[in-house]
Design a protein around this ligand. Structure first.
Ligand code: NAP
Ligand code: GFB
Length: 328
């Protein structure tokens, strides 16, 4: 019987990226499926992981040998600012149930997913894997950030007490097909793709929130997917790894909006709404550890990745997640 890899949150942006790579890379290749391996991409409708009994049932059903733990309550700046307690509590429940059930069922390896927004807001840049706990996170998302930071603490505790092989990845902002395009709760790229599409369709101005000055690093979901598969195959240390493009790839929100205007082919009025918050100004992360351990990585150029993401959205508008609120 080959390995069974359970991907919690397998139906979201990152989960669909992993499914795409596993299903399109040649079997037996570095990022491809191994012969005899079984991959499960679980959704919340199969088991609500906030519930310990449902979590146990899911693990009893699939008996995973390895877990890529992606399931979470996820949202952009505005959603995080509105629902800090929900982002904190629901993610605490999900993470505790998945990690403890993995321990109880002798899972050989768990890779959980943090985010560069967990880092302290005031710290020397660039961010690296040693700086997670060096001060409070940005106030805009402290609920989500503390729940995610605790995963690193839980991994170390399970390792020290039980010898568990639990580790974590720290991606920067992610984008790609199958994203959440909710106009208010989505992250910046899917939100602006949706807003620009509607502005073009309805002949209305395209309005970008904030000043356009903040800086971000964006990783394409299908590149991130390969890095998760590399961690599954080749990384066995409790210390986290930042999964990101280089720190010199930071772009302003205005540059992102310009690229989306070009990709959507919008020619109407385009302006900024400074009454909306900018959030954290920047969170530049170093991917030095990742590139050293992987022996380098070929990232998809940003404009090509954005074009593919916009094309996916336009081709799948009727079935895409365009509406449901992330948290009430
Ligand atoms: P997403 O598109 O919103 O997908 C979330 C996934 O979690 C979905 O499969 C969803 O299932 C599942 N889920 C949500 N609540 C659940 C529950 N109570 N029980 C079971 N499953 C549940 O999120 P994503 O962007 O792919 O994020 C994946 C991981 O990457 C998360 O841990 C997130 O924190 C991390 N991350 C994301 C970003 C980013 O920019 N997107 C950046 C850094 C880190 P349904 O499909 O059934 O709703
Ligand atoms: O992607 P985003 O929501 O997340 O916002 P963060 C990034 C920037 O885009 C902010 C600007 O400076 C926003 O002001 N922005 C402009 C917009 N227009 C829009 C819009 O229509 N929607 C959105 N969402 N932003 C999140 C954390 O921070 O990063 C989460 O709150 C998570 O917890 C995520 O970690 C990866 O990068 O500011």
């Amino acid at each position: 019987m080959g390995d069974v890899i359970l991907v919690t949150g397998g139906t979201g942006l990152v989960g669909k990226g992993i499914q795409y790579v596993i299903e399109t890379e040649p079997e037996g290749s570095r990022f491809g499926k191994k012969p005899g391996e079984k991959w499960i991409f679980a959704s919340s409708s199969e088991a609500d992981l906030r519930d310990a009994a449902q979590t146990k049932k899911l693990f009893e059903k699939y008996k995973p040998t390895h877990v890529i733990h992606l399931a979470a309550i996820v949202g952009g700046l505005f959603a995080n600012m509105r629902a800090k307690s929900t982002f904190l509590r629901d993610n605490l429940l999900i993470n505790d149930n998945v990690l403890h059930t993995s321990y109880e069922t002798n899972v050989k390896k768990v890779i959980s997913c943090l985010s560069t927004c967990v880092y302290p807001d005031k710290v020397t840049y660039p961010l690296d894997e040693t700086k997670i706990h060096l001060g409070p996170p940005h106030e805009s998302n402290f609920g989500y950030a503390h729940a995610k930071r605790l995963v690193d603490v839980q991994n170390h505790a399970y390792k020290e007490q039980y010898g568990c092989n639990f580790t974590s990845a720290i991606p920067t902002n992610v984008f790609g097909p199958y994203d959440n395009y909710d106009l208010e709760d989505a992250h910046v790229i899917p939100a602006l793709i949706h807003k620009c599409y509607l502005a073009k369709k309805n002949n209305r101005p395209f309005i970008v929130g904030g000043s356009g000055k903040p800086l971000r690093q964006f990783i394409y979901s299908r590149d991130l997917a390969k890095q998760f598969i590399w961690m599954l195959r080749e990384y066995n240390d409790v210390e986290p790894v930042i999964l990101s493009v280089g720190e010199n790839e930071e772009v302003t929100i205005k540059e992102v909006a310009d690229a989306i205007v070009k990709a959507v082919g919008f020619q109407g009025e385009y302006k900024f709404d400074p009454s909306r918050p900018d959030g954290q100004f920047r969170k530049p992360a170093s991917n030095e550890k990742l590139l050293k351990l992987m022996g380098g990585f070929q990232f998809t150029p940003f404009e090509k990745a954005l074009d593919e993401s916009v094309k996916w959205f336009l081709d799948n508008y009727n079935t895409a997640r365009v509406g449901k609120r992330a948290a009430s």
